[in-house]
Design a protein around this ligand. Sequence first.
Ligand SMILES: Cc1ncc(C[n+]2csc(CCOP(=O)(O)OP(=O)(O)O)c2C)c(N)n1
Ligand SMILES: [Mg+2]
Length: 391
Amino acid sequence: MDENGADAGASGRDDATDPLADEDLYRVLGPDGSPLPDATVPDLSDEQFRAIYRDIVVTRRFDERAVSLQRQGRIGTYAPCAGQEGSAVGSTHALADDDLISYQYREHGAVVVRDLLGEYLPYWMGHESGTEAIADGNVFPLNIGIAAHLPHAVGAAWAFDYQGEDRVVACHFGDGATSEGDFHEAMNFAGVFDTPTLFCCHNNGWAISIPESRQTASDTFAQKAAAYGFEGVRVDGMDPLASYAVTREAAERARGDGGESDGDGGDEEEPRPVLIEFVEYRFGAHTTADDPTAYRDPDDVDPWRALDPLDRMEAFLRETGRIDDEGVTAIHDEADDVVADAIDFAESVEPDPSDMFDHAYAELPPEVRRQRDELLAAVEEHGEEAFVRED
Ligand SMILES: Cc1ncc(C[n+]2csc(CCOP(=O)(O)OP(=O)(O)O)c2C)c(N)n1
Ligand SMILES: [Mg+2]
């Protein structure tokens, strides 16, 4: 064990070939992408299966280009998601379009499924318009203050229930977020008030340099749900179809369609929250400002790369005759175009420094209004060029 408490099982997983082999968790696809013998493959059309693959490919391409853009100084710090696309994409496909998504900062696949990449990228360039635009696709702004979005997500879910709307909130966060008070407050409230919330915990083994073994003394993150009176499930988050299936069932339960009694003697239709632990791994750095070799051995990543959600989904489609070489090439070409268009759109957004005062308040409080007026007066006096960085 090193000084971080990390050992071969930093995430409790030390099987050299399949780090999830001994875990008691839900899986549909084996490591090579073949459906497991006893697994139930979700009942989806060929087109839906291909759409899941397509969205994973787009997310991977976006990730590669975003890291490259950051290296060129064209966007700010970026949080790569390679390795974690299967859970973000699979789970979002299991939701209805008007279900709300609230996420941390790494689940870009959710934004891809909602077809909001172009609108979203400006956020990473520092434009507030990026977070404003994704609201139209029922996606909350991403959240950097770890776990701070969880109580808001529960509040939104409570409001849906209160107003009789048949909508759920899928709230994404990391293993590190479970150590914050906000996580426990949100979980407790959801359990007591039966809010239709899906707590999607992305256990990628690390919170920056802190390994899972130093994050919790619980055997699993899923078991934390028991303390709040609702169900927690564990799933292979690098298996897009398992992520889809588990989320779909959890969403039905959250809507009150799942037939799960809340223990009060017969109310079978009560919405119930669910905690889903997606067990997965981030292949790359925490962010473009991080160097993972400072706290983990690069060789540790290899067994996880063997579970790559993109390769497994592609192998599944090929093996079941749903795609061929031509189809794969067409999807990769499409992904290149979608991401290139998103970058062109994002780079055409004109910077407006006064944006930073918009979108947080319906009506600006006096102190914030004073600051905005001061900025506008300075722009008026010195010209906009004085506030734009020279490249
Ligand atoms: C309240 C708060 N504390 C600390 C940080 C600094 N910080 C940024 S990311 C991070 C790790 C979060 O890990 P996890 O929740 O597992 O998500 P992951 O980055 O692995 O996706 C920390 C501690 C922060 N952003 N907010
Ligand atoms: Mg983490």
